[in-house]
Design a protein around this ligand. Sequence first.
Ligand code: SAM
Length: 184
Amino acid sequence: MRATELAHLILQRAVKPGAWAVDATVGNGYDTLFLAHCVGPTGRVFGFDVQETALAAAAQRVHGLPQVTLYHSGHERLVEHLPADAKSRLAAVMFNLGYLPGGDHSIVTRAETTLTGLGHALGYLAAGGLMTLVLYPGHPGGADEAAAVRDFAQHLPADYAVTQHTRINALHQAPELLVIERTA
Ligand SMILES: C[S@@+](CC[C@H](N)C(=O)[O-])C[C@H]1O[C@@H](n2cnc3c(N)ncnc32)[C@H](O)[C@@H]1O
C-alpha cells in the first residue's frame, strides 16, 4: 500500500462528519476531496498551495463542495488565513510533500517552510487530532527535507505521539508516512 493511501486509511478513523481539517499541500486536490468527503457538508476543509495551476485543478475536483476553502498561499502562512476559532479544533492536517505530479518539478516543498507550517499547524490540532506527513526521500532535495521533518517530529514532547511507516525491503529511499497524534 502506498504511503498516501495509508494516510487516508488512518485518517478515516479520526475525521468525522462536521470536523474541521487542513490540506497543507493541495496539489491536484485528491487529499482535499478525501477530507471533504470525511467531514461532509457540515464540516470545513482549508487547503493551501503555492501554485495557481494546482489550485485550478483542485478547484475543479472539489467543485460544488461548500465545505472546502482554498488559499493561494504557502502553508508557512496558514496562521494568516485560518479562522481564529480553528485553534485546537482540527481533526486532521495533511502534508504530502515534494512536487506536483505532472507539474513543474522545480516547485517543491522545502524543509524551512515545511517546518514552519507544520510547527504552526500543530497548534491547531484538537486533542486526538492527527497530522500526516508523506515524505519523499528519493526526490532531489527530498532526503534533506525528510531528515529535517523526522528530526523535528522525534523531538516533540510527550503531548504528541509520532509513528513512522515505511517499506523496509527492496525499494531504495521509499516514501515514508509520519503520523503525529496530539494526545493531550
Ligand atoms: C505532492 S504534491 C501534493 C499532492 C496533493 N496532496 C494531491 O492530493 O494531489 C505537493 C504540492 O505542494 C505544493 N507546495 C510546495 N510548496 C508549498 C508551500 N510552501 N505551501 C503549500 N504548498 C506547497 C506544490 O505546489 C505541490 O502542489
